[in-house]
Structure formats: C-alpha cells, structure tokens
Design a protein around this ligand. Structure first.
Ligand code: SR1
Ligand code: MG
Length: 403
C-alpha cells in the first residue's frame, strides 16, 4: 500500500485479504468502521460464511474527538502495537493477539473481540464480571512488576524507557488530567449547572498542591511501563474473559496511574447508579458489587505483586532492605488513590467525559452524579498522601454516596 492515508472500508478489505492464512481465497468479506473512541479508525472485517474476523486499527494524524486542528503523532500506533506485544507476553490471554503492524499506514491488525462487550457499556447495563478483579490484578501485577527496576534487568529497562518515549500522548494527559480541570481552560467542558463546582476546583490551593505533586510524578517517575489509559472503555469483557485494549498512551510512568485509572472508572459508574438502577435495593446491591470489585483489585494486586517480588529478587538491596517492600506498597496505594481522584475529576469538568454519567438523560440525576463524582474525586486527591488502606478509599466513596 502507498503512503499514509486514512483507509476506507474497501481498502481495509484489500489489506485483510492480503494477510496470509486468515481468510479463504475469494471469500466475500464485509467491512465496517466501528471506531467510537476519541482518536482512531477501527475496521471490523469478517467473512460471515466462515465466521472468521479480525480488527484493523489505524491511527489518524489528529485527535478525532476534536478534529484536524489537533494534530497527533502516528507513532502512537507503534507504541500501541509494541505495548500489546509486551503485555501479551507478560499477561497471556489478557490482551488481544497482534497479527501485524504496518508503520507506514500506522495500522495494527489484531484479534477481533466482538464476542466481548466494552466494559463501560457492560457496567452501565448492570453486568457483573466475577473474574474481572482476578484478571485485572494479574494484568497490573505482571505488566507493572516485570517492566520495573524490581523485575527486569535495569540496563535493559533504561533502553525500554527510550522505546516508549511518548511525548505527544503524555502531553494530552498532562494537560487534560493534571492541568486544565484546575483552571478556566478552553478545553474544559461541563454542564452550566455545576459551574460552582468548577470554580471551586480552580481556586482550591490545597487541591492544587496535591495535583501538582501527582503531576510531577507523572512527568518524572519512570517506574514501569504503563498502559496509560486504563479506563473501562479500554477493556473488552465477558463473564469468563477480560481483554485490555488500546495502550496507545503507554509510556514509563508511575504504577499507581494505571491502578488508579481502573478504580476511578468503577467509581464513576458508582456515582451514576442513582440513574441506572431501577430501585434503591438494586442500586445498593450494584454499588456493593462495584466496591467489592475495587477492594479485590487492590488486595489481589498487592498480594500478587509482593509474590512476584519474593520470587524474583532482581535487585539485592530493593529485595532485602528491611521495611522497603511495605514502604513501596504503601506509596503505590497512595499514588493509586491520588490518581483515581484525578481521573474522576477530569471526566466531569475536562474535555473527555464518560458515558456512565453523560448518558444520564435527566438533568437533575446527571447533576447529582457529577457532584458525587467530583466530591469523591476531590477527597481522594486530598487524602492520597495520608492513605494507609484501600478501606479509606472505600469509606470516602460510601460516605459521599450516603450524604
Ligand atoms: C484527546 S483524547 C481525550 C482522551 O481520550 C483518551 O481515551 C484519553 O483518556 C484522553 O485523555
Ligand atoms: Mg483509547
């Protein structure tokens, strides 16, 4: 195929046909552009007769959510396919298989997961995924531990950091999560009914100090290879399977950013339940399912990460200094809490929102969910450096929902 250009559905079929051993020769293929994210084109190619299918994901040279006025590097397709390959090795079965990557077209060919649903949609509809906490805690423990100085050769790690330098995508996060929500920025987007809340965010010095510290860590701490955008829209799920997708924001950063992202998105759904559940019992029940999942994610992550550390003593002092492991895990929890809070706040007043809350049609219920999410998010940011147990995060969520 010639130089880079955005593909159309016909061209996507041609490319799929050219891949060896996927589709039978002469098969009638169908092609649908199904991308509903903020940045890319996604083609679903299938042979309905044989039931075979795959996904072609192509990066656009700009952010689709805004338009061509926001140029964006195509290199993110390389980062994404390379991150998926690394994650697939470290957490087998928890990411889609990558079949091919074309650097010219910024195109990744990967496993079709359309027998799964996007987790955000599944949660909105009240789905329960009893294996999810186990799956995602394994994904987090394995990918974070084995890409960090605790779990891999430290010289190789420095070279790996270089491969995953991702300045443009990091800049999006630095702006949209760690800056714009805390000032009257043009990119911010929120319902006028909560302008009072936005103004509080812009003027809260205590909050700004904590966000500045979290931002500094995001800018400077190359702790492990992160997914970088681990919200529930980046997860395909069904009751017995979890697949993490879309690591185009991958870079070496603070581990708590990934753990906090997933917890934040469960809490955003938690904040929206007043609308999505038919009655109070159903709401209480679903909220307790979400809280149980959050508790399990942290508890299982903590146990799995510590076990990997016991089994793999890559660094002498970091493995044996008395109290170091506990101190490390405490700091990880604190980062998780702080980043969870930041990721909640940005989804209410920043550029990119979540369907859990935006799709609440009734303005009053939506406002209630927005205020609850902001209240939880701000508290998490403020307590992050004092947190000693995941139960403190849970208590903040539960107390806020009751008040
Ligand atoms: C311009 S991109 C907006 C958001 O979408 C992605 O999923 C990231 O969360 C990013 O911040
Ligand atoms: Mg994405």
């Amino acid at each position: 195929m010639s130089a880079y250009h955005p593909l159309n559905e016909k061209e996507a079929i041609q490319i799929a046909r050219s891949l060896e051993g996927v589709f039978a020769e002469g098969a009638e293929l169908t092609s649908r552009e199904i991308g509903d994210g903020n940045l890319n084109l996604v083609f679903h190619i299938s042979d309905p007769v044989e039931g075979t299918s795959l996904i072609l994901k192509q990066a656009l040279p700009y952010a689709k959510v805004v338009g061509e006025s926001w140029p964006l590097t195509l290199d993110r397709a390389r980062i994404e396919s390379e991150a998926l390959i690394q994650e697939g090795k470290l957490a087998p079965g928890l990411v889609p298989a990558v079949y091919n990557y074309d650097p010219v077209l910024a195109l990744t060919v990967m496993e079709d997961l359309s027998d799964h649903v996007i987790m955000r949609r599944g949660l909105i509809e009240g789905g329960r995924y009893p294996l999810f906490a186990g799956h995602i805690s394994t994904f987090l423990a394995n990918t974070l531990f084995f890409t960090s100085d605790l779990g891999m050769n430290q010289q190789s790690k420095k070279l790996r950091v270089r491969e995953f330098i991702n300045p443009e995508l990091c800049k999006i996060t630095e702006d949209l999560i760690f800056d714009h929500p805390y000032t009257d920025a043009d990119t911010n987007s929120f319902d006028e009914t909560i302008r009072d809340e936005a103004q509080v965010l812009w003027n809260d010095g205590e909050l700004h100090l904590e966000v500045a510290l979290l931002r500094e860590k995001f800018l400077t701490q190359a702790q492990a290879l992160l997914h970088g955008d681990l919200h529930t829209g980046s997860i395909f799920i069904k009751p017995d399977s979890t697949k993490v997708i879309d690591p185009e924001f991958a870079y070496y950063g603070p581990m708590g950013f990934d753990i906090g992202a997933i917890i934040a998105n469960l809490l955003l759904n938690y904040a929206a339940r007043d609308h999505w559940d038919a009655d109070e019992n159903a709401r209480r029940d679903y909220r307790s399912y979400l809280i149980g999942t959050i508790r399990e994610i942290w508890t299982q992550f903590d146990a799995k990460f510590r076990a990997l550390w016991e089994e793999n003593k890559t660094d002498r002092l970091l493995s044996s200094a008395p109290g170091y492991k506990d101190d490390y895990m405490k700091r990880l929890l604190q980062d998780t809490v702080g980043y969870a809070g930041s990721k909640m706040v940005r989804r209410i007043v920043g550029l990119a929102h979540v369907a859990d809350i935006d799709q609440i049609p009734d303005a009053k219920s939506r406002e209630h969910a927005q205020r609850l999410a902001l209240s939880i998010g701000k508290q998490l940011i403020k307590v992050n450096r004092k947190t000693a147990s995941i139960e403190e995060l849970i208590q903040i969520a539960e107390t806020s929902a009751e008040s």
